[in-house]
Design a protein. Sequence first.
Length: 115
Amino acid sequence: MDIKLVVDNDGIREVDRNKLAKIYFLVDGVAFPEEEWVDFKDILPWWENALLASDSQSVLTLHFKDGPYKIKCLRSDGDQMRVEFLKETLAKDVLILKGNTTFSTFIELIRVNKR
């Protein structure tokens, strides 16, 4: 799985740039939640802290602050991690994308982009 995290201020009003950014993942070229998704920057340290506090063989959910989107991370032994990109609905969570990566790769995406 080729995964990237895009955090970009282009198109964000100057007064909002301290708190908002375009934040979305590209998974094998497919955007999640969608290309140009705007959300609050403070989700990045939240995600990082949640990941760092998790144990191997744990399941944790990283929520976008705005909208019904979330990322379910299923850690296994060692550095392996299954990632599911989901949309919440009233009836159930809808799987949009999924794949495998490493914990270290995933957390580094967040660390690099939270600056």
